[in-house]
Design a protein around this ligand. Structure first.
Ligand code: SAM
Ligand code: DTB
Ligand code: SF4
Length: 324
């Protein structure tokens, strides 16, 4: 085991540095052992029957300059998605009030940008301020940020910034060519430096293979500190994107990925993110057993469907889960 030493107020903390091979070994464990270990670790850090719920809203849809191979919103893919302007504040607030009334604790606003341009940020800062006043936690995902943009968002009261590494470093160039993983890591550092909680995860099912999954998890777990929140998305194969015909990953391999994320990032909230609409209740239950303790809640993700609130309420009640 390799460790990194960090001096914090005179103390020396030992942060474990994960090797990819070590994470592959975790993946290879018998499923029941792996899930049991993930659940054991989960219970050291979290209330076992509590799940956090975030509602997503696309505040600026489509027409993105980037070429992310999975994304319905890239201007380079012909997905038939209608390009829209930034949503007016009042409409955003109506959606946020509705999300709160349905029981979400966090409202996450997404924009299809490489990063916000000069004139883009102020209206989003205003949205953060006003959503926060409704008594919701706030999260935005706007692409790459500059230092001063991160600081302005923090001043407005932003709680979380979502910026995913999306896949393994060695696979990145096969999925995205218009920016690099280092660009993403730089933004994550700016967000952290501004004092905003980091939400950072990736996508499973883009042809990355088990080694790729292990490598992505290693990259996330070795961030110092690991992300506060880790969304694990199952690819939603959108017609018209280069990933349209990606072969679906074995559902139990997805459960393993959640378990491995839980074990390697014991104190992070792990979110069972995109792809739930395509999952059975039983598969989602296995993901909760494996340590997922957050979901996106509400019938829409950004541009694709998610289970509606009634289906989730029913599942929570069958499982005795409490929403927080
Ligand atoms: N433009 C910003 C960015 O790239 O960070 C914010 C929006 S982007 C849609 C947010 C994240 O959603 C991506 O990083 C990716 O992980 C996830 N995502 C997008 N399309 C997806 C899909 N079809 N299936 C699964 N996850 C997806
Ligand atoms: C994340 O990791 N997943 C969310 C959120 N962060 C912004 C987005 C999922 C998008 C799924 C495809 C879509 O609806 O466009
Ligand atoms: Fe643009 Fe984000 Fe989609 Fe990439 S993932 S094409 S940056 S909206």
């Amino acid at each position: 085991m390799e460790t990194i030493e960090k001096g914090v107020a005179g103390q020396t903390l030992q942060a474990k540095k994960w090797q990819v091979a070590e994470i592959e070994t975790l993946f290879e464990r018998p499923l029941l052992d792996l899930v049991f270990e993930a659940q054991r670790i989960h219970r050291l850090h979290f209330e076992p029957n509590e799940i956090q719920r975030s509602t997503l809203l696309s505040i600026k849809t489509g027409g993105c300059s980037e070429d992310c191979g999975y994304c319905s919103q890239s201007a380079r893919h012909d997905t038939g998605l209608k390009r829209e302007r930034l949503m007016p504040l009042e409409e955003v607030l109506d959606k946020a009030r509705a999300a709160k009334a349905k029981g979400a604790s966090r409202f996450c606003m997404g924009a299809a940008w490489r990063g916000p341009k000069e004139q883009d940020l102020e209206p989003v800062v205003e949205m953060v301020r006003e959503v926060k006043k409704l008594g919701l936690e706030t999260c935005v995902t706007l692409g790459m940020l500059k230092d001063e943009q991160a600081r302005a968002l923090k001043e407005a009261g932003l709680d979380y910034y979502n910026h995913n590494i999306d896949t393994a470093p060695e696979f990145y160039g096969q999925v995205i060519t218009t920016h690099t993983m280092q660009d993403r890591l730089d933004t994550i550092e700016r967000v952290r430096d501004a004092g905003i909680n980091v939400c950072c995860g990736g996508i499973i099912g883009m042809g990355e293979g088990r080694r790729g999954r292990a490598s992505m998890i290693a990259q996330l777990a070795n961030l110092s500190p690991p992300p506060d929140s880790v969304p694990i998305n199952q690819l939603v194969a959108v017609p018209g994107t280069p990933m349209e015909h990606s072969e679906a990953v074995d559902p139990l391999e997805f459960v393993r990925t959640i378990a491995v994320a839980r074990i390697t990032m014991p104190a992070s909230v792990v979110r069972l993110s995109a792809g739930r609409q395509q999952m059975s209740d039983e598969l989602q239950t296995l993901c909760f057993m494996a340590g997922a303790n957050s979901i996106f809640y509400g019938e829409r993700l950004l541009t694709t469907d998610n289970p509606d609130a009634d289906r989730d309420e029913h599942l929570f009640s069958r499982l005795g889960l409490r929403a927080i």
